[in-house]
Write a new protein. Sequence first.
Length: 209
Amino acid sequence: MIYGHSTEWKKWKEYTFLFNDSIIQNVDTFLACSDVARNDVFTNFHYIPNDSGRSMNEKFLNNPKDTAYNVVFWEFKKLAKINIADINFRLNQNLGLLKLKRGEILNSKSDQRVAIHYGYEYKSMNINLDYNSKVEKFISGKNYKGFIGSVTRMSFSNENERHEIFIDYVPPQKQVLFLVYKSDQRFIIIIIDSYKYLNKNIINILDLK
């Protein structure tokens, strides 16, 4: 398929640099994978903290949702030159009527469903959160910005206000750390979500140099 993603089982190795070295032993690489398309790479990990003495696959299989954090690193190749200061976060948006007319759904059987229109185009990007989502705190650093909060539905709209990508959490809601990150001519969206409450310290599992 011209625009569709295909699964690659080794591509995830290119994104482990985003994790802090101190926690990498608690990142599941047994089930890690990347969905790769022409213009983006969607990589999914699970982070399982404070559980030693067992192999990583044993940890994950025995602790599926209550102790694991889902971690997504999503690189957009055509946005490598974007200035993250130009990316806006818009709250209380009406996203209920968004539907996928021609595209694909990543993680279709999971509680984080990612709908992507075929042939999407972004020169700039806005991050939209629906009425039911809540930002508890905006955060920023030298080369990233984002928020911590609870999310039901979000979308990424382009400069023409087309919502080319949207994410649904099923069942709603999940606690989410969401960041847009820019480094070395790379643009990466980072999403950490959990059923547990997230505080700002979750960012410490990342190495955002």
